[in-house]
Ligand binder design. Structure first.
Ligand code: G3I
Length: 373
């Protein structure tokens, strides 16, 4: 071997060793893979909160470093009757998060859905006045946020206040209080825990008109001096839509309004749809076998498409990790998902990263890789 060949050989070997020693092993969990970008959360149900679903909890603790209560903190559950709060599940949810050092998200304080009718009425069943409803909203937020002050890191203060055209939904909150109910809800939450991160949360913000409405809302809150920190774009996606470009534009336009962006309820539906893209919980469609094409398992080609779709979406989030502070999946395994029962009851749905047998799907491995790029 000539001298310069030998020198080249030695340098190559040394460099190879250096690279080998510098390379850390590839992360095998979601929370490690994205540690330098954002927290990775899961919405958890009653069985996971109480420990009844031990296998779901094992995945949760191993893979995720943030939790959201899928239902346990909604008004109808936590405050079912006037002056009667039920914190049984919510307390356990918070304990679970604290025990595992997780970023804890409270969902949600003010929503048109899952809020009992009594909230909007007086003792005689007549509609409340603006002042009385504001008082009720204040007391609810003060009680719930106050109880978990310093423990819950982030609150979805107002949920789904917008119509698809970007105008404010004519919910009972809006009809009785007027459009400043959003500002008031944020003020009450801030008063109850000045250090909590406060979010506005909605779906379909990839639709330009709705996104424009969300940005206008953010500006209104900022102008009122209200500390809105985050817009949650829920991320109830479909295999074919919205486009990655629209997802990226949504993140950058929301962030340009001076907030962080969280993906708060991510899932990717692979089942056929005969209705417009929405996450409106009131939609209910009759079960037709054509709408439930994979009752016995997902065909490999669809599984691969799902993996690619997930990887493309996480790649966008990773690219924008300077403004994305959290990505939360709306459930732990496919068996948990609301999409098994919405908007058609009794379908077999495949929208998450772990299957019905608690095994990671190809999408899981595909997602892990996106943080390396
Ligand atoms: O717990 C009861 C059970 O006791 C009863 O037997 C059964 C009969 O229907 O109902 C159970 O409650 C259901 C609950 O989920 C728990 O499974 C409710 O009927 C059902 O309406 C409720 O659906 C939830 C939905 O919000 C409405 O609150 C879904 O789990 C939850 O995933 C979904 O989450 C929403 C977000 O909060 C906001 N964004 C959209 C997202 C998806 O719809």
């Amino acid at each position: 071997m000539r001298l310069h060949h030998y020198m080249f050989f030695v340098s190559a070997v040394c460099l190879g060793n250096l690279v080998a020693t510098a390379q850390a092993p590839a992360p095998t969990t979601l929370k490690d893979a994205f540690r330098n970008g954002f927290v990775i959360g899961a919405a958890i149900n009653a069985d996971q909160i109480t420990g009844k679903d031990a296998r779901g909890d094992a995945i949760l603790v191993q893979q995720f470093n943030s939790i959201t209560a899928e239902n346990a903190m909604k008004w109808e559950i936590i405050h079912p009757r006037p002056n009667a709060y039920d914190f049984t599940l919510a307390d356990k949810f918070v304990e679970l998060g604290l025990k595992n050092h997780m970023f804890i998200v409270g969902h949600n304080l003010c929503w048109h859905s899952q809020t009992p009718d009594w909230v909007f009425k007086d003792r005689k069943g007549r509609p409340l006045t603006r002042e009385a409803l504001l008082q009720r909203l204040h007391d609810h937020i003060q009680t719930v946020v106050g109880r978990y002050k310093g423990k819950i890191d982030s609150w979805d203060v107002v949920n789904e206040a917008l119509n698809e055209d970007g105008t404010l939904r004519q919910s009972p909150w809006m009809k009785i209080i007027g459009e400043d109910y959003v500002v008031k809800a944020f003020q009450f939450a801030h008063e109850a825990d000045p250090n909590a991160q406060l979010n506005y949360n909605d779906y379909n913000l990839e639709t330009p008109a709705k996104r424009k409405g969300a940005i206008a809302l953010v500006k209104k809150l900022q102008a009122a001096g209200v500390p809105i920190a985050v817009v949650g774009n829920q991320g109830h996606l479909h295999l074919d839509s919205p486009s990655v470009a629209d997802e990226e534009t949504t993140i950058t336009e929301l962030a340009a309004a001076g907030v962080k962006v969280a993906i708060t309820e991510l899932d990717i539906d692979v089942l056929p749809r005969t209705w417009a893209q929405t996450a409106d919980v009131s939609l209910n469609i009759h079960l037709d076998p054509k709408l439930n094409p994979y009752p016995n398992g997902l065909p490999d080609d669809v599984q691969q498409r799902l993996a690619k779709r997930y990887a493309d979406f996480f790649a966008v989030c990773w690219r924008h990790r300077d403004v994305i502070n959290r990505v939360t999946l709306w459930g732990v395994t496919d068996g948990d998902s609301w999409l098994n029962d919405w908007p058609v009851q009794g379908r077999t749905s495949y929208p998450l990263l772990f299957d019905r047998n608690d095994k990671p799907k190809p999408a899981f491995a595909a997602v892990l890789k996106t943080a390396a790029n």
